[in-house]
Design a protein around this ligand. Structure first.
Ligand SMILES: Nc1ncnc2c1ncn2[C@@H]1O[C@H](COP(=O)(O)OP(=O)(O)O)[C@@H](O)[C@H]1O
Ligand SMILES: [Mg+2]
Length: 488
């Protein structure tokens, strides 16, 4: 508040001083001008017709001097005029109120030239008054003197106006001005102060708000940058983890493939010797034979599992190659069904086929047989005694369709999307302890797709399941696969 008052006061004061200075100058110049005009008028009116051309010829002496003295002293030398002279065109003073100057040269030849050209001249200077007073400040006027208004100037009339007269007038005016201006400024200041103060306060508060907003924005920006940096860190971590996971996945694949190989060889050998033992049968007790059959069943399951694992390892490695042979699907279906019929019979399940003849298909017979084995054995496995399984084969457009239907336990709807995941088994399978590994459908799907086909399942719990595999009869040309070794 105090600072504001001081500032605005100082500004007003400066403005006041500037006005004062300007007005003062103006007043002074006007005062001078007035004095000048007065002097010119006096010179011209009082002297018109009373000065003679001969007064400029040569320094005035004798009686004429006395005449001029009385003329000048009576009409011109008022208290404010302290000196007067006549100067001829040669620059010689022909008459002066102070007689000692008569006959001398005027000191201001340059100004005289202008006067003889017809202009009045003026200057502020110091001089000696006609009464002999030293160093008097005067406004010196030089006025041309003419015989008539149009003739060339005869000479110049000098006129020394006491400067104090002007100064007194000017300083009077300025004193009044100072007082008036002071009062005006004070009134102005007092009336403007509240307004200015309110305006300044508003500006200050707006500035404060702007600064606050800027600070807020900066904070937001910082927060955003931090968040971005965090996101980047997380992204980097995720990328690292991903690549680590990919590595682990690869290691797992290699491990499975290696282990499967290493398991298959000894298992095959075990099963070979088992077979030999069972063929020689005669030396074995009934119990020993029963044990051997258990070993046989389990080793077969083990071999099967190892086979499935190896198969999927190949799929993962992109190394699943299939044969391109002419396959008669009717035969494949028949073989599969016949191979599994004993199981169906043992469980009192009706196993029927419906086969429509169709052209042979190019593909891998062993793999396609595996598809049928998986599907039919699943149907039998998940169907209760006395149920029914039907296998149909027919052509639809350019595709062969294999459909395996049962009226078994079915699959809960929520679990159906996961059927083709490896090791996935439905709750019905696990709850009822139905044996299996959850690899069959994944393998079936891989084989169907490798043949350019697809697989789909429809199922309803406690109603039954239908699995449908579509296989194009003419397999799409596959560059990665070896060329068929036979005429189509
Ligand atoms: N015909 C079917 N009826 C009921 N459930 C089935 C049928 N076929 C497959 N499933 C379900 O799909 C799961 C995966 O099948 P699969 O991959 O062949 O594995 P697995 O036969 O070893 O259990 C099975 O565990 C079972 O829950
Ligand atoms: Mg299965």
């Amino acid at each position: 508040m105090l600072r504001f008052a001081l500032y605005s006061g100082a500004v007003l004061l400066a403005a006041g001083l500037a006005i004062l200075w300007t007005v003062n100058r103006e007043v002074a110049s006007r005062a001078r001008h007035t004095v000048e005009t007065q002097a010119e008028m006096v010179a011209q009116q009082s002297l018109r017709g009373r000065l003679l051309p001969s007064d400029f010829d040569a320094p005035v002496r004798g009686q004429r001097l006395a005449q001029l003295d009385s003329l000048f002293r009576r009409d011109i030398l008022m208290p404010s005029v302290v000196g007067t002279r006549l100067v001829n065109r040669d620059g010689t003073i022909t008459y002066a109120a102070r007689h000692t100057l008569i006959g001398t040269k005027a000191p201001y030849t340059r100004n005289l030239a202008a006067v003889f050209a017809g202009r009045s001249e003026r200057r502020v200077t110091r001089t000696v008054s006609w009464r002999g007073q030293q160093n008097v400040k005067v406004l010196q006027l030089l006025v041309p003197v003419r015989e008539t208004a149009t003739t060339k100037p005869l000479g110049a009339l000098e006129f020394d106006q006491d400067y104090r007269a002007i100064e007194i007038g000017v300083s009077d005016a300025s004193h009044r001005l100072v007082v008036i201006l002071g009062i005006a400024l004070l009134v102005l200041y007092l009336s403007l102060f509240p307004i200015l103060h309110r305006l300044t306060a508003q500006l200050a508060s707006r500035n404060r708000r702007l600064r606050e907003q800027a600070a807020e924005r900066e904070e937001l920006l910082e927060a955003e940058q931090t968040a971005r940096a965090e996101a980047e860190t997380i992204q980097r971590l995720l990328t690292e983890q991903n690549s680590r996971l990919r590595e682990l996945d690869l290691m797992k694949d290699e491990f499975v493939s290696l282990v499967s190989h290493e398991l298959r060889t000894p298992l095959t050998s075990i099963r070979g010797y088992l077979e030999l033992l069972m063929e020689e049968g005669g030396n074995l007790t009934a119990e020993q034979e029963r044990f051997l059959r258990v070993v046989d069943r389990n080793s077969e399951r083990l071999l099967h599992l190892v086979g499935d694992l190896l198969f999927l390892a190949q799929v993962d490695a992109g190394k699943l190659t299939i044969e391109h042979e002419n396959v008669r699907l009717e035969e494949v279906v028949q073989d599969s069904v016949e191979a599994l019929r004993p199981i169906a019979e043992s469980r009192g399940i009706e196993l029927v086929t419906s086969i429509t003849p169709l052209p042979s298909l190019v593909g891998d017979r062993a793999c396609l047989a595996q598809v049928l084995d998986n599907l039919v054995s699943n149907a039998l496995k998940f169907t209760a005694e006395g149920g029914r399984v039907s296998v149909s084969l027919y052509a639809e457009g350019d595709s062969a369709v294999v459909e395996v239907e049962d009226n078994g336990v079915g699959i809960p709807t929520a679990e159906q999307t996961r059927l083709f995941e490896r090791f996935f088994r439905s709750s019905r399978a696990t709850d009822n302890a139905i044996p299996g590994t959850g690899l069959g459908l994944a393998i079936t799907k891989a084989i169907a797709e490798r043949h350019g086909g697809r697989i789909s399942v429809e199922s309803e719990e406690d109603v039954g399941t239908s699995v449908r595999v579509e296989l194009p009869l003419a397999m799409a040309h596959d560059h990665s696969a070896p060329a068929p070794q036979f005429a189509a």
